[in-house]
Design a protein around this ligand. Structure first.
Ligand code: GDP
Ligand code: MN
Length: 399
């Protein structure tokens, strides 16, 4: 089955934002003359060690995932020695940050930070104009600053046809009460960031934090993080080399899971799992795991509908070498009979021959069983998940 390429459209179906990785953004910044740390990208601990060896310790290790707030989520670590780096890199590369698997690390020189500033440019949803936002309170959530210290943040609406010039940047930054020297440096970076924003037709271009260094480095400021979000539908117009955007799609099955709104984790085995709760899913996985191996973890997270379960079947069936599927759902407020209809509709439409065992309890259970049986599903009416798993063993001949 084909997985549709590209990201999903947003609610209005107009823009389809594509976020770049931090290291891709820093490469772009560098090309526009914005000061950035020395750095490298590693997908193994050996590579991380090599890069750190070239940069010199201490280094900062940063998980490359397309989500903000990595610092607080444990995705940004400092290593003082190769031993420390080895340990941190090995654990980061096997972890998830905010639910996203970490496949790459950026290793960069550790900046000696005096202050953290903020600059960001986005498209104002109301006027459609670029809005430049700057603050002396960088590093933290900018919405938080807007609420707690509105005097430390200020913004400016640009005319995209006119552009954004150094005198405008200086005028804006005067409101922050920076020293003249810092103001000049900040204005220079800000104008360059605007060029990035304009030339990539970005939806967001942000440096948070832009740090003031304790010791001089290319004039004292350094962009230690990047957020660039481009509009997928504008890509064909961009004249600059773009990073390979398809690379960011880690696992097509997991991405499809996100698209349909369920938690899906791709695993190495051959027994498909559909469950209606994380606990139920984990239990199913553990129990079948004694003799069989799960092909996936899938959890609907509530909100069961016929359509959703149809799509869950579609997703689980995308793996070609399944031996069986086990469905473990519970109906509290969830209309599991509707879910069963979705499963059976999929089975009939696709003439699924694979053995499917379902344990479905709760609200509308009798009706659910009837629907499942009509679709050739092996229904388990007892409560313990072990019963369903025993049946599964029988069906796949692993007694
Ligand atoms: P985010 O949490 O995903 O936005 O990741 P950031 O790249 O912004 O890093 C989070 C925080 O880690 C920053 O606000 C800094 O306080 C800290 N940090 C990142 N890089 C460095 C560095 O080179 N040196 C030091 N001292 N701190 C850093
Ligand atoms: Mn940041």
């Amino acid at each position: 089955m084909e997985v549709p390429p590209g990201p999903r459209k947003n609610a209005r179906g107009l823009k389809s934002p594509m976020r770049l990785y931090e290291y891709e953004g820093l490469d772009i910044f560098e090309g526009f003359g914005i000061p950035v740390p020395r750095r490298g990208v590693a997908d193994s601990t050996e590579d991380a060690l090599l890069i750190a060896g070239e940069i010199g310790y201490p280094v900062v290790l940063k998980a490359q995932v397309l989500v903000g707030g990595r610092g607080l989520a444990g995705g940004v670590k400092t290593a003082e020695t190769p031993e420390e780096l080895e340990e941190l890199s090995a654990s980061l590369l096997n972890s998830e940050i905010k639910g996203l698997p970490v496949h790459k690390l950026m290793v960069c020189e550790k900046a000696d930070i005096l202050n953290e500033l903020y600059m960001g440019i986005t498209v104002d949803g109301f006027s459609g104009k670029p809005v430049v936002v700057v603050s002396t309170e960088g590093g933290v959530n900018i919405e938080e600053t807007a609420r707690t210290s509105p005097d430390k943040i200020t913004s400016f609406y640009c005319d995209p046809a006119f552009g954004f010039f150094p005198y405008q940047a200086r005028m804006l930054l005067r409101r922050l009460g920076l020293s003249e020297r810092l103001l000049t440096l900040f204005a220079d970076v800000l104008v360059r960031l605007y060029r990035v924003f304009a030339q990539f037709e970005a939806l967001i271009a942000e440096i948070n934090p832009l740090v003031v260094l304790k010791t001089g480095y290319q004039g004292g400021l350094l962009a230690v993080d990047s957020v660039i979000e481009v509009d997928n539908s504008a890509l064909s117009r961009i004249k600059r080399p773009m990073p390979e955007l398809t690379e960011r799609i880690e696992n097509p099955l997991e991405r499809k899971g996100r698209e349909i709104g369920v938690t899906y984790v791709d695993l190495g085995g051959d027994i498909g799992i559909i469950s209606s709760g994380a606990g139920l899913g984990m239990a199913t996985m553990d129990i079948i795991g004694e003799r069989l191996k799960p092909a996936n973890f899938l959890e609907t997270g509530g909100g069961i509908t016929e359509e959703l379960l149809y799509k869950c079947m579609e997703l689980v069936m995308m793996k070609s070498d399944l031996r069986a599927i086990i469905i473990n759902i519970y109906g509290g407020i969830n209309p599991i009979h509707e879910g069963a209809r979705g499963v059976v509709r999929y089975i009939k439409e696709h003439k699924v021959k694979l053995p499917i065992v379902a344990k479905a309890l709760g609200n509308h259970q009798e009706e659910t069983w009837e629907i499942f049986r009509d679709g050739g599903v092996h229904v388990i009416t007892e409560a313990p998940t072990e019963k369903a798993v025993e049946r599964l063993y029988e069906l796949v001949g692993e007694e």
